[in-house]
Design a protein around this ligand. Structure first.
Ligand code: PEP
Ligand code: MG
Length: 753
């Protein structure tokens, strides 16, 4: 190892001294006092102070250079003074002339008047600022980058040492919240229905306590190098895993990712930390903190994306260091805690291995939520403060009925939830009783309820849920879980498994719907400004037909001697549908040319997901065999509101008069053209929405397994004719939604869902 640069050797000395103080023992206050003395001496500062947060106040806990009597007496409210700014923003504040700052708050008991230069850095752990470390000097000067960095390094170590009680129990000294330990209740949104009681597993891991400072920097550098090599090798494997040559497709996404992983400045920053005496984990966490801080301030979308990628790489590296790059070691009752999660990441964990999923952000219309619903795994999102309030291993109750997370719940809350779980199983038993009965409305209209699935495991819910077939099988999930493009045999294998699980019930396969928020490592898709409006789904299939034809070949083979029902996503014109349909016919002809039997019956359908196709339904007469309304996408394009963006996704309602009118028109046009039509967006699985759709004339609904029982029960109370009449009168209403009015109408008639 080459000699470390000066700033690193300085930091190293600091870390060594810090460790000595920690190991020397003694009373907590005494050790804090020694610590500030040491930092002041090493950094040649006239003052060094530690403020820790108590509730909404930052209290001076130790100082060298200010008056001793100020300790535990000087308290700054949240946001008050310069210390307040640092604790509020979580960012360093470096001022040559502190007293001139408009927010400077003079406290006579501290005697700080002679000090001009001020440098404050936050003491942060697990995204929680719990104090501020300050140095001050008489001379008016701005602190250099190296000094800022050294102080940040100390603050990071200090945060971990305090959290690990290395100074003795600070919370005994004063009531400081170092780690959240009390029960808390966070409110969010239900993304996938259900209740889970389990333990927190952090998607963005933290350095294990006690593994911050390293005794042997060389050994740490070796660990870091090994982890780096592991992460890079995996990215290379992903890139090279593309055995199927999709010529002309840019491989930008993975290439950029790999390039970033080889970026020397990233590596230098990581190694700098290790050489300064941090453990490899702590060094990565420090760099991740920098990326996050920059993300918070950067507006440029390209740069933001790059910082997101870097943060993702930091997380991969942390998991590699913990010997668990792909989350291989999950407890049985794991509740995954993340800021946000893409569908591919969720599948990488193995959604069926999770008891629940809690997100600080996210959208209920994104594909991670769809996967969770398909798998019946409870998911709650938009839980503000989740990351900063949860420690790995915390007991968590995920309430996917109310949209809440209970952290470290009291025993009586756990008991109450256990009772709710019992109640849920009673309700499940009620649904199970209905399982073998057909769905019929109160006035005798027979409705077909189908299942949305995407993993072979989901197909097994079919009988359990009481669905009459699979109305939407999302084939892209198989591509998203695998690093390499699934081989023909693997694709055939999956389709055969699904058909076998379905028995004599029909299965509608939807061809690959990649792009948008659904990415697969094996299919390189260029990064686009507007992915939802970009090159996705059937557009990829038609432009690069090798992939589509390969998939259709697998479907034709898998349905040999049986019924092939296949449909295409995101079609905008009849010409696109015809081109896609042609590919199916060519594959069937090719099978026959090889003296294969081919499918016994073939139905080729199309998803109505674009307003353009919604208005072209009459022209599909005689061309398509069936239609399925993809209401998730159709509403996204109808309202021009990104389904993955929570800010806008919930702004509009599928029960808006305008949206219902569009759905009614599709239904009426389909009927006039003799076309079977179903709705397969997630809304079909919600009782109130399902009732509205049936009242509009839809008699085939495809939904997640969890929707079948509740929808069947609700439909049994529905008077279709009366509700249709009520709706028809309101389709030109100026209201943004008929939800409340429809609920009230149904309630009055004893048909509340
Ligand atoms: C839809 O858009 O409604 C749909 C069913 O397809 P996906 O959710 O997979 O885009
Ligand atoms: Mg869709």
């Amino acid at each position: 190892m080459s000699a470390p640069p000066a700033s690193i050797s300085g930091a190293r000395i600091l870390l060594r001294r810090l460790r000595e103080i920690m190991q020397a023992g003694g009373a907590t206050q005494e050790r804090l006092d020694k610590l500030v003395q040491m930092i002041a001496a090493t950094m040649v500062a006239d003052v060094c102070s530690i403020y820790l947060r108590r509730g909404r106040v930052n209290e001076l806990f130790a100082t060298e250079g200010l008056k001793r009597e100020a300790v535990h007496a000087t308290r700054l409210r949240e946001g008050e003074g310069l210390v307040g700014i640092v604790s509020e923003t979580g960012r360093p504040l470096n001022l040559a002339d502190a007293q001139r700052h408009p927010r400077f708050s003079f406290r006579p008991e501290t005697g700080e008047d002679p000090f001009n230069a001020f440098l404050g850095v936050p003491i942060v752990r697990s995204e929680r600022v719990f104090g501020v470390l300050v140095v001050q000097n008489r001379a008016s000067r701005v602190y250099g980058d190296e000094e800022v960095e050294a102080l940040q390094l100390i603050a990071q170590v200090l945060a971990e040492m305090v959290a690990a009680n290395a100074f003795g129990d600070l919370s005994e000294l004063r009531e400081v919240e170092i780690k959240p330990s009390k029960p808390e209740r966070l409110s969010g949104r239900v993304f996938s229905e259900g209740i889970a009681i389990g333990r927190a597993v952090l998607h963005e891991p933290h350095t294990p306590l006690g593994r911050i400072v390293a005794d042997d920097p060389e050994a740490e550098e070796k660990r870091l190098n090994e982890a780096l090599a592991q992460v890079r090798a995996r990215l290379t494997a992903m890139l090279e895993g593309d055995e199927f040559s999709i010529t002309g497709v840019s491989r930008d996404v993975l290439e950029t990712f790999r390039m970033l992983a080889h970026d020397p400045s990233w590596e230098t920053r990581l190694k700098g930390g290790v050489r300064a005496g941090l453990s490899a984990d702590a060094a990565v966490e420090r760099v991740r903190g920098e990326h996050r801080a920059r993300l918070a301030s950067v507006k440029d979308s390209l740069l933001r994306e790059q910082l997101h990628d870097l943060e993702d790489l930091d997380n991969r590296l942390l998991r590699a260091l913990a010997g668990d790059e792909r989350g291989a070691v999950l407890p049985e009752d794991a509740i995954l805690i993340a800021r946000n999660l893409g569908p591919a990441e969720l599948l990488e964990y193995g959604v069926h291995r999770l008891s629940g999923l809690a997100l600080e952000e996210g959208s209920p219309y994104g594909h991670a939520a769809i996967i969770a619903r398909a798998a019946g795994v409870p998911m709650v999102g938009r839980l503000a403060g989740l990351l900063s309030r949860t420690e790995a291993g915390d007991a968590v109750i995920l309430d996917g009925e109310q949209g809440e997370a209970r952290l470290r719940p009291e025993p009586e809350v756990v008991r109450a939830y256990e009772q709710r779980l019992t109640l849920r199983s009673a309700r499940a038993a009620e649904y199970a009783r209905l399982r073998d009965q057909p769905a019929v409305t109160k006035d005798g209209v027979r409705i077909t309820l189908l299942l949305n699935a995407g993993l072979s495991l989901d197909a097994h819910h079919l009988a359990e849920a009481g669905a009459e077939g699979i109305g939407l099988f999302r084939t892209e999930f198989q591509f998203m879980v695998s690093e390499k493009l699934p081989k023909l045999e693997q694709q055939i294998g999956l389709y055969r498994d699904v058909l076998a699980a379905a028995g004599d019930k029909p299965v509608t396969f939807r061809t690959l719907d990649l792009g948008g928020d659904k990415m697969a490592a094996s299919v390189a898709i260029e990064r686009e400004e507007n992915p939802a409006l970009g090159w996705r789904a059937v557009r990829i299939g038609l432009d690069r037909p090798a992939l589509l034809r390969y998939q259709l070949r697998a479907l034709v083979e898998a349905t040999e001697g049986a019924r092939l029902r296949v449909m295409f996503p995101l079609v905008a014109t009849i010409a696109e549908f015809e081109a896609a349909r042609n590919f199916v016919e060519r594959e069937i002809a090719a099978a026959k040319a090889k003296k294969r039997q081919g499918p016994a019956a073939v139905e080729i359908g199309v998803m109505v997901e674009t307003p353009a196709l919604a208005f072209a339904v009459p022209g599909l007469k005689g061309r398509a065999d069936f239609l399925s309304v993809g209401a998730n996408d159709l509403m996204q394009y109808f309202f021009a509101a990104d389904r993955g963006n929570p800010r806008v996704a919930e702004r509009y309602d599928v029960l808006a008069p305008s949206a219902l009118r569009l759905l009614k028109q599709i239904r009426d046009d389909a009927r006039a053209a003799d076309l079977d039509v179903s709705i397969c967006g997630d809304a079909a699985g919600k009782p109130l929405e399902a009732m509205a759709f049936v009242a509009l004339g839809y008699d085939r609904l495809s939904m997640p397994a969890s929707g079948i029982g509740p929808v069947k029960l609700a439909l049994a109370k529905l008077d279709v004719a009366a509700t249709r009449e009520w709706l028809d009168e309101r389709l030109y209403d100026p209201a943004p939604s008929l939800r409340a009015a429809l609920s009230a109408f149904l309630k009055e008639r004893g048909a509340a869902p």
